[in-house]
Design a protein around this ligand. Sequence first.
Ligand SMILES: NC(=O)c1ccc[n+]([C@@H]2O[C@H](COP(=O)([O-])OP(=O)(O)OC[C@H]3O[C@@H](n4cnc5c(N)ncnc54)[C@H](O)[C@@H]3O)[C@@H](O)[C@H]2O)c1
Length: 409
Amino acid sequence: MAGAAKRRVALAGTGHRGAGTWGKELVANCAEWVELVGLCDANALRLARAREAIGTAAPAFTDLREMLDNTRPDTLVVATRDDTHADIVVAALEAGVDVVVEKPMATTAEGCRRILAAELSSGRRVDVGFNYRFSPTAEKIKELLLSDAIGEVASVDFHWFLDVKHGADYFRRWHAKAEHSGSLFVHKATHHFDLLNWCLGSEPDEVFARAALHHYGSRGPFRGVRCKTCPHSGECPHYFDVGKDPWLDMLYEAPSAEDGYFRDACVFREEIDIPDTMSASIRFENGVQATWSLNTFMPIEGYHLAFNGARGRLEIRQYERQPWHSGDADEILLIRNFGRAERFRVKHRAGGHFGGDPAMQRRLFAAAEPDPLGQRAGSMAGALSVLTGVAAKESARTGLPVKVKPLLQ
Ligand SMILES: NC(=O)c1ccc[n+]([C@@H]2O[C@H](COP(=O)([O-])OP(=O)(O)OC[C@H]3O[C@@H](n4cnc5c(N)ncnc54)[C@H](O)[C@@H]3O)[C@@H](O)[C@H]2O)c1
């Protein structure tokens, strides 16, 4: 739409994801449609550094309401710690502002319900940043399922592997406390559960789950406070030198004096209260059964996903770091019952999450961008994936299956 006014976008949360994806990259990818009008973060030094790194003249605030009042944005992007999302989203909606909120939309059922109610009463719109839907491989899977390539889907096998590098990162930071992240059943699996909902075109009905802590936290052989000052740095397999990453060092090291938020907190600290090994069986309203697992201290990084249908199986092995092969593409196998297999090579695209981040931003902000695969995700998608995780946590705690939809009431 030539000559259309740019959307006035403000950003809450200028950590790694905010300053990078929703700061620098948004400004670079969507300059045609977006004007960054304000930045907000509770940590004043991180905020100042992020503002400089983004290279924006937009004013910076440590108070959200002050930013909303002063900058009058059309859209607020929320990239703060997970447990703060619900309050910030509701405040923005009540101020008449549309919201793009990072996943997970909230960490609790109550947070989801508050957001759904505020969206309804405000008449504004909530989008959830489900960038995984926008990866080229996810798009190809969705296209194949929509084309009825394997007939009616009966079951799904979905196993996600975080390696000792990436997996450990969740145990170094706030994610390791359930009150901040909802545990990885919510923080991480919200992506996976959303992919299942979206690919299957259905909604979750019931969840049965198991969880355990095997490797991190109190299971570790020794512990310190943080890697930088740790007496075990020479022997610890998870030793992480934040000083070797100029971006993280700039955003977190000196600013940690303000809030005590270290990027290199000990992965074996006693306070860790989330599991590192999780599995779940999920039944969907359309009768599909999915088995899902998440492991966080693996020698490989990626996922193994298969849809089993009436006429065949769609199988995807997406491995970022593993010993079998390297490359800039994923392979999808369409294996027909009693028939031949067809191989699709899906090339990664440029940009974060194999091109998912810039594609999602374009879909959110470019004028009149079509959405044939229904990739744009609203608040109900955000809620259902969070609630699947909430139900899984409850099931793992009680040993009983838990219904998902009643959590909405
Ligand atoms: N979609 C993805 O693939 C993806 C990837 C990474 C992170 N994320 C999400 O993005 C969000 C941010 O992740 P991160 O790694 O940058 O986290 P982070 O904790 O490093 O950064 C969050 C920032 O928010 C600030 N903050 C916290 N509470 C605040 C409040 N109430 N008001 C204002 N500022 C506040 C913190 O000071 C910090 O600077 C999280 O919700 C995370 O789940 C999504």
